[in-house]
Write a protein that binds this ligand. Structure first.
Ligand code: GLU
Length: 290
């Protein structure tokens, strides 16, 4: 029998805690804003709290000026939050680049449990590996080249210098109940493979950081775009490995253009800033996309 994450009625607890988790890699896109609006209205409807968390772990892609711009654009769009970088609160800091120790603690726990292993394959090796099947979202399923016996895992003191991957339980079917999409399932090792928890350039992976943060910040419902559905299964494995309860999940629909094509995140014309510059109001955007 597969691992079933069990939750209460998604989000409808007295202590609802939601979050907005933008990455300051560019100006806020209308797709993100619409997802964040749904996170905001679900938190308000549940009488809960909303946390703003800045996901700035990738030094090559994140820029401080985008962080300021995102907060300004969120406010222009009509969003408000109750906890975050500038508001103080029990869980400060809310900026991922300031939370390294928390991620390191999780890495140590996973290594001690022999659930992760060092991987020396380059991205190119993974792409080139003969017959590497492609999982959801076209990401190759890691063929397990560097997997090793639990006893062999080096007693490294620190993660830097090599990639670290989580060993997924091949063939296990994982399930969760999505607040919008209903029951979701995926088979580990088929739809997704061993994934990174720490990068060789000494940056924790998105998967690890987001799980540590959502758990520490006691998030009860994660509202985010449906492009992250497969990541939710990876994250459920991390919750289980770290022995913390998983939140509920609500994956929002991805925005499409008039011809039904998914709106590209990179399209600068669809940043809130550009739309606002062209005279569009926040109300018009909500009316069009919600
Ligand atoms: N920081 C991610 C993004 O901007 C969102 C991650 C999440 O919601 O789990 O796409």
């Amino acid at each position: 029998m597969g691992f079933v994450a069990t939750f209460g009625a998604p989000g409808m607890t007295m202590n609802y805690r939601g979050r907005l988790a933008p990455s300051p890699t560019g100006y806020l896109h209308v797709g993100h804003a619409i997802t964040f609006w749904q996170a905001f209205t679900r938190a308000r409807a549940a009488g809960g709290r909303l946390v703003l968390r800045i996901e700035d772990l990738d030094p090559a892609r994140c820029r401080p000026e985008f962080r300021e711009a995102i907060a300004e654009d969120l406010r222009w769009f009509g969003l408000e939050w109750d906890e975050g970088p500038d508001l103080g609160g029990e869980f400060e800091p809310y900026v991922q680049s300031e939370r390294r120790l928390a991620y390191l603690g999780a890495w140590q726990k996973l290594r001690a449990a022999r659930l992760i292993y060092p991987c020396r394959c380059s991205r190119r090796d993974v792409l080139a590996s003969a017959g590497a099947p492609h999982g959801e979202g076209n990401e190759p399923v890691y063929p397990g080249t560097c997997r090793m016996e639990a006893g062999e895992i080096a007693a490294a003191e620190a993660p830097a210098g090599v990639n670290w991957r989580f060993r997924v339980p091949d063939g296990e079917t994982l399930h969760f109940l999505d607040g919008r999409l209903g029951r979701q399932s995926a088979v580990a090792g088929q739809q997704f493979g061993d994934f990174l928890v720490w990068r060789r350039d000494d940056v924790p992976s998105y998967q690890l950081a987001v799980v540590v943060d959502d758990a520490t910040m006691r998030i009860t419902e994660v509202v985010r775009g449906a492009d992250l559905l497969v990541s939710t299964f990876r994250q459920l494995l991390l919750y289980r490995a770290l022995q913390v309860a998983a939140p509920a999940f609500f994956h929002t629909a991805l925005l499409k253009d008039a011809t039904g094509r998914r709106l590209a995140k990179r399209d600068a014309a669809l940043s809130l800033r550009a739309l606002r510059g062209s005279g569009v109001t926040a109300e018009e955007l909500r009316a069009k996309f919600l």
